[in-house]
Each structure stands twice: as C-alpha cells, then as structure tokens.
Design a protein around this ligand. Structure first.
Ligand code: PSU
Ligand code: MN
Length: 310
C-alpha cells in the first residue's frame, strides 16, 4: 500500500511499515521532551512511553521537527538528539512553517502533534495534560482546545493542570463540541492531583467502550477529537494541599515577572516542580507512562474492531 504524506513530512521506517500493514500506532508529543521536562528525565521518559506502547502491541510514533522535516516517528539516536537540543522551538499550529523556514528543530505540542499525526493517518495519541484556558487576567487560551475541536483523533491525557482555569477549560470544550470521557472516573482528572468535582461528559471503563464511542462519534459525521481523561495513578498523585499553594504561588510569580504566551506553561510547570521538591515531576512522569499504556490498548482494540468491520 502506498502512503502519501504532504511535502515537508517524513516517516520513520518503522512507522511507515506499520502504516502500510495497518498496524496499531500511537502518536506521542515532543514538547514534553523539549520544554516540559529537564534532562535527563526527558529522554528516559520518552523511551519509557515508547516502550509502554510497544508492550501493548502497538508502535509508537514520536512527532517532532528535526533536520528540516516534520518527523512521524524518531529513531533512538534522533530521540537522543532532540532531548539534548537546548534551543528547540515549541511547535503549536502556527509554528510549523516558522521552524521549517528557519530550519530549526522543534517539539510539537498537543495541537501540533494532533495536526501532524492526523496528516499521517494516526488516530490515537498519548500525552500528559492538555493546554487550556489560563487563569491569569488576560486572554490566554491554548491552541490545543481549537485543535481538539477540529481534528478527529482519540487523545489520551490526564485531564488538565489545575494551574489552568479548569471550569472555563471544560466550558470551552463543551462549546466547541469535544466529548470529555472520564476513564474509570465520573469527574475530570486534574493532572498531577486526583480528580476534583468537575463533571466529565461521559464515564467509560474499558478500551473497547472507548473505541465504540469514537467510531460512533465519527460515523455520525463529527469532526472533533475524543478526549479520554485518565486519573494519575493514586500512589503518585499530589494532594490538593501540596498542589494548590504551589500552583497559586507559581501563577502569582508569572504575573509579577510578566511571563506570558508560549513561555507561560513551561514556567508554571518548572516552578511547581521546584515548590513541591520534585514531587510534581514524579507525578507527571507516572501519569505520562500510564497514559501511554492506555493509548496502546486503545490502538490495539481499534485495530481489532476495524478488522471485524472489513
Ligand atoms: N503539560 C505538561 N507538560 C507539557 C505541556 C503540558 O505537563 O509540556 C505542553 C503540551 O505540549 C501542551 C502545551 O500542548 O504544553 C500547551 O502549551 P500552551 O498552553 O502554550 O498552548
Ligand atoms: Mn497560550
């Protein structure tokens, strides 16, 4: 089977072969590698997520801009190189052409990864937390929400960080028609904290139900993503007492120091990590791996369902 990609994209060999034989694939973002985590945790996490997906019987495709191409899948040495690039750009929807024009490497955000993965025919994607509506005074709404409303994929995450305005983020997702599925939970997971009391649109408890839901959603003609939100493993969660003061302090400091735009999310994450003595990062690593496992299961399940339909 010939798989065509638009100009500027290129497949890793393994991912191309997987596409050709219709094997289950899971896309992974790379902003978490270039901007979200420090070295060396960024590289070990990227490898652990890939391994978690393989263990479920699916093939990982980490997406990034490297060597002048939008890469769908990275080899081991390429992943190492990306993780060691200090000046990689953060690539959301409007930044692809900038990175290609300037010939700079970049880590793709949730929005950027969804865009590229969809172009490459990948339907399942694992990440940590999505961007959302920020709490600070001025308007700052992540492009992730826009991408979720327009790109039909299953996105597995741990909800969103409570450094964001979560009620506003959920209202926005409702407005633009994105189903928010709680995986084994009736309330919205809050990233490194346990789920709070904000409702999801539906609770589902198995990968098979998630695949059935997504196939139904898209068969109806819906174009939006299906956002699957899985709570952080409870042993690794940050208590509300630990998380909230750190998040509030980080938000105050961001305002005082005039930090905004693309730099805001990495700043808030970095400060919360310092203020919680690294505990937030351990929770972050745990939930990322956990999401990779679930995405692998969903991709494998989707492959079975497709074969039964064919
Ligand atoms: N959450 C994390 N680590 C991250 C991000 C979110 O724990 O690195 C990244 C994701 O790539 C997400 C992006 O898509 O931050 C959102 O950035 P912004 O708010 O600038 O859209
Ligand atoms: Mn923003």
């Amino acid at each position: 089977m010939t798989i065509n990609l638009p100009p500027h994209f290129s497949f890793a060999d393994e991912v191309l072969r997987a596409r050709q034989r219709n094997a289950p694939l899971v896309a992974l973002e790379s902003t978490v590698i270039t901007h979200g985590l420090p070295q060396p945790e960024n590289l070990s996490l990227a490898r652990d997520m890939e391994a978690a997906i393989r263990a479920q019987g699916a093939i990982p495709a980490t997406i990034a801009i490297l060597d002048g191409k939008i890469r769908i899948g990275l080899t081991g040495p390429e992943l190492e190189r990306l993780a060691a690039t200090p000046d990689a750009l953060k690539i959301s929807l409007r930044d692809f052409a900038s990175a290609l024009t300037l010939n700079k490497p970049g880590g793709t955000t949730v929005a950027g990864t969804m865009f590229a993965a969809h172009q490459a025919g990948i339907q399942v994607f694992a990440t940590g937390g999505i961007g959302g509506v920020h709490r600070e005074g001025h308007l700052d709404i992540s492009t992730d929400l826009q991408a979720l409303s327009q790109i039909p994929m299953i996105v597995v995450c741990a909800g969103a960080k409570s450094i964001l305005d979560l009620p506003a983020t959920l209202e926005y997702l409702e407005t633009v028609g994105v189903p928010v599925i709680g995986y084994g939970t009736d309330t919205f997971p809050e990233f490194f904290s346990p789920p709070g009391n904000l409702p999801v649109s539906l609770r589902l408890d198995s990968p098979a139900e998630i695949v059935r839901f997504a196939e139904t959603h898209w068969t109806l003609g819906m174009k939006s993503a299906v956002l699957v939100c899985e709570p952080v493993p409870s042993g690794d969660a940050l208590s509300v007492e630990e998380a909230v003061p750190a998040e509030e302090q980080a938000s105050r400091e961001a305002i005082e120091r005039g930090i905004s735009g693309q730099k805001l999310t990495p700043f808030l994450l970095g400060r919360v990590k310092e203020l919680t003595d690294g505990k937030s990062m351990r929770a972050n690593l745990s939930l990322l791996k956990n999401n990779a496992v679930l995405a692998g299961k969903i991709a494998v399940e989707m492959g079975k369902t497709r074969q039964n339909l064919a």
